[in-house]
Design a protein. Structure first.
Length: 337
């Protein structure tokens, strides 16, 4: 190669024109450069149920998608709406119980219980969190953490919905294929849907409220309405994940309000990269299978989460996705001088 007539140039330099969202495609190589990360993500998730050895690990992939949807909702609320919500277990439990009641007591098919649980659970969760929307930062986080604990104790004390035994006799998905690809497709729809939403005018309002809510209020925008909208979107996602979990296990109980559903998505977001949306998905893809491998250690798994979180916060606080994205954008090629 004659380096006297060639020079190195970053591939994305010939693609980016004005902003991150505006491109000028120069060749099929540059088009492939843009499409490759998305293709790997979509193709990888669609291939996972086929590549996993046995039904057990195929079920683990379904659980990965459940946690990934929760992590997406947490990342969206925290880094695009400014609401650090620790109530992921509240969303899972609410959606799970609604789906369980509709199916076990009213005979509604799982095909309908899941969207109904998402909509109904989203409304219930939003109404219950609505009085807390004026709170900010750690105060909002602590209050939302109390909701799953409160709901679990209420159900146990008053023996509601089967009490500690939970709701039994819930129908499963028609087949393992529908279960696995159903949750995988839901995850991909939510991921790319949220990525599109945060770039719209509504998404810009969410970000503006997070940056300076008083300035947004002064411009005549109802910030409570937009905060409630963000909470509804995130809670509907979590409730849909909870409904899927109920039909996967064919049972709904107070363990769906366990703090694992609040803690693991946060850990996945820190490891994958906060504010990236795809980062929390990557974090769940790492944490959930490792958690299954460490199941024999019982509650000592929390020690692993804590150690991993401390290590990432100290040495790689940006997360894996931000690091990988930066390295990918630094790929160079030889061009003519």
């Amino acid at each position: 190669m004659n380096t006297e007539t060639l020079r190195k140039e970053r591939i994305d330099r010939g693609i980016k024109v004005r902003s991150e969202g505006l491109y000028a495609l120069m060749s099929w190589r540059e088009t492939a450069y843009l499409i490759l990360p998305r293709f790997v993500l979509i193709a990888g998730f669609l291939a996972l149920p086929i590549l996993m050895p046995g039904m057990y690990w195929q079920r683990v992939i379904s659980i990965v998608c459940i946690y990934a949807i929760l992590a997406l909702s947490f990342d969206f609320l925290a880094h695009y709406a400014g609401l650090v919500c620790l109530g992921g277990a509240f969303f899972i439990g609410t959606g799970g119980y609604i789906a369980g009641v509709l199916n076990a007591q009213f005979g509604v098919d799982p095909l309908f219980t899941i969207p109904l649980a998402a909509l109904g659970g989203g409304v219930v969760c939003t109404l219950m969190i609505l009085p807390c929307l004026p709170l900010k930062g750690v105060y909002f986080a602590i209050v939302t953490l109390m909701y799953p604990l409160f709901m679990a104790r209420i159900i146990e004390a008053f023996d509601l919905f089967g009490g500690t035994d939970g709701i039994l006799g819930i129908d499963s998905f028609p087949s393992a294929f529908v279960e696995q690809y159903g949750v995988v497709c839901l995850l991909l729809v939510f991921l790319f849907g949220l990525r599109r939403l945060v770039t719209t005018d509504t998404g810009l309002i969410f970000t503006a409220i997070m940056d300076n809510d008083q300035a947004v209020r002064a411009s005549g925008i109802n910030i409570t309405f937009y905060k409630a909208m963000a909470v509804f979107i995130a809670s509907a996602m979590g409730c849909m994940a909870g409904a899927c979990l109920t039909h996967i296990y064919m049972w709904s109980g107070i363990s769906q309000f366990a703090l694992d559903f609040s803690i693991l998505p946060i850990a996945a977001t820190v490891i994958g990269g906060a504010g990236t949306l795809a980062g929390p998905v990557l974090g769940c893809l790492i944490l959930v299978p490792v958690s299954e491998l460490l199941r024999d250690f019982g509650t000592l798994r929390i020690v692993f989460y804590a150690t991993l979180l401390v290590a990432f916060i100290l040495f790689k606080s940006e997360g894996l996705m931000v690091f990988g994205q930066r390295k990918y954008e630094q790929i160079e090629r030889w061009t003519q001088i």
